[in-house]
Design a binder for this molecule. Structure first.
Ligand code: BES
Ligand code: MN
Ligand code: ZN
Length: 499
């Protein structure tokens, strides 16, 4: 979809569909107010009839409004303006775009809720673009009879009442576009099945991202090189699979030469059957999403490139499958990680931490300013936080705060879990330096405890996205593109570019 920003009188704006927010109770926003005046009260009359009072989720399509250039006017209920959250506004936009798209107009113009502060104007513009991107996202690469026609709604214009705020709105739109495109890339990779999106496929996707981009260097380490580096934990997982593991490294150099990079390390487990500690059959197909951390690193780096972000960012993606095999890890096996620490593998299904620990040790060589790992690491995270928040844990309070704030500002929220020293002993092993699991209690925390033993040399935070990276079952099943908004917001803020 194509986006733009325009300052004009809403009644004189030529469009196939003018989308106007209505607030509870029967409150027209400034743009709707102007349309109402121009049309001699056509909107207030519609409201009076009682079809719509401005409640969240309501909508009303109106035709032939006098003195209005738009072919149709779509009123969308947004609830009380004072209580409107970023997430709610996103839902209103999503709904409006779906309705407009079904009405088959070529373009639409949307009036934004004209809030008082600049930061909210920026966020509304950004979230409008992201929500429109989400509403028109399609994944039909694997359908033989896919509808190849583009969406009827091809252009969306953000209408701004006051010219002075246009720069802020335009900035929000630009950031929103980069985030929406990054999310679409993340979703595409994640929605692909395990037989197509293998570690090699992920590596190719990374190479494709770097093609023709002077600031983005992509390299891929093969198993031989990983062996030389002593990545015994990572390689023990891929030994059980016929697909060779890949360690994908992306170096985005948008900042000053020599400036310490931010490193994003994403779990790229392209299918997790559990290995010898095999998972139950129900919903096992969803373990194709176990590479969402890695995919979100690619999506975020795509956003960095699109925004020409003045920052150095490194992406590291350990990619592997986890399958049962005659050569797979067995419970009780002991492996030596690149750090030299030995691990007793008590459960082969706790493989994410095994591939991440070596990737985290490898990341030391970039002398990073901060490292954030992103992983669909534990089912326990879904039990703790459900599907609303990603979990964040780390060894540096300031970095954790930054990520929490970025989640809040982008509507892609995270919630902190404790990483107290007292949890560490759950990983004690009689036979090796540590076990790879710490029992049922506090499963997400002990997983982070495991990673913390490989991240002592830098500032580090861990995002467990098991509950937020995709929607399970049902009609809505599919990847969400999270946490690309959180990560991009975090980087924009580091580059002092977000509002
Ligand atoms: N990829 C899974 C975590 C997961 C499970 C994500 C369900 C989303 C939904 C991970 O590799 C895993 O299997 N973790 C185990 C750890 C356990 C063996 C300590 C889990 O959560 O059951
Ligand atoms: Mn697993
Ligand atoms: Zn896994």
């Amino acid at each position: 979809m194509h986006f733009s920003v325009k300052t004009s009188h809403p009644a004189q704006t030529k469009t196939a569909c003018l989308i106007l927010p209505v607030f509870k109770t029967r409150q027209l926003g400034p743009a709707a107010e102007q349309v109402d005046v121009a049309s001699k009260g056509a909107l207030s009359r519609a409201l009076k009839r009682g079809d719509i009072d401005g409640s969240m989720g309501q909508s009303l399509m109106l035709y032939d409004i006098p003195n209005v250039q738009a072919e149709r006017v779509l009123l969308v209920g947004c609830g009380p303006l004072k209580e409107l959250t970023q997430a709610q506004w996103s839902r209103c936009v999503g709904k409006a775009v779906e309705i407009a798209d079904q009405a088959k107009p070529g373009d639409a113009v949307i009036a934004l809720p004209e809030r008082d502060d600049k930061a909210a104007r920026y966020a509304d513009a950004r979230d409008t673009v992201i929500a429109a991107g989400n509403a028109t996202y399609r994944f039909d690469q694997c359908k033989s009879n896919a509808d190849k026609r583009p969406h009827p709604l091809r252009r969306l214009t953000l209408l701004v009442g006051d010219g002075k705020i246009a720069t802020t709105v335009r900035k929000g739109m630009t950031h929103g576009q980069a985030i929406a495109n990054g999310m679409a890339l993340t979703k595409d990779l994640a929605n692909l099945p395990g037989n197509i999106c293998t570690p090699s496929y992920l590596a190719d996707a990374a190479r494709k991202l770097g093609r023709g981009e002077a600031k983005l260097k992509v390299s891929v380490l093969e198993e031989k090189q990983m062996e030389k580096l002593g990545m015994g934990a990572l390689l023990s997982v891929s030994r059980g699979s016929r697909q060779p593991a890949k360690l994908i490294v992306l170096e985005y150099k948008g900042g000053k030469p020599g400036a310490k990079p931010v490193a994003l390390v994403g779990k790229g487990l392209t299918f997790d059957a559990g290995g010898i500690s095999i998972k139950p059959a129900a919903q096992m197909d969803e373990m194709k999403y176990d590479m969402c951390g890695g995919a979100s690193v690619l999506g975020t780096l795509a956003a960095c490139v699109a925004l020409d972000l003045p920052l150095n960012v490194v992406g590291v993606i350990p990619a592997s499958e986890n399958l049962p095999d005659g050569d797979a890890n067995k419970p009780g096996d002991i492996v030596t990680s690149m750090s030299g620490q030995t691990i007793e593998i008590l459960n082969t299904d706790a493989e994410g931490r095994l591939i991440l620990c070596d990737a985290l040790t490898y990341t030391e060589r970039f002398k990073p300013a901060a490292v954030v790992d992103i992983a669909t690491l534990t089912g326990a995270c879904i039990i703790a936080l459900g599907h609303q928040a990603s979990a964040v844990l780390g060894n540096d309070d300031k970095l954790t705060e930054e990520l929490l704030a970025a989640g809040q500002a982008s509507g892609d929220r995270a919630w902190q879990l404790p990483l107290w020293e007292e949890y560490q002993s759950q990983l004690d092993s009689n036979f090796a330096d540590m076990a790879n699991v710490g029992g049922r209690a506090a499963g997400s925390i002990t997983a982070a405890c495991f990673l913390s033993r490989y991240t002592k040399k830098y500032k580090w935070a861990h995002l467990d996205i098991a509950g937020t990276a995709w929607v399970s079952g049902g009609k809505e099943k599919g990847a969400t593109g999270r946490p690309v908004p959180l990560l991009t917001q975090f980087l924009l803020k580091r580059a002092r570019l977000a509002e």
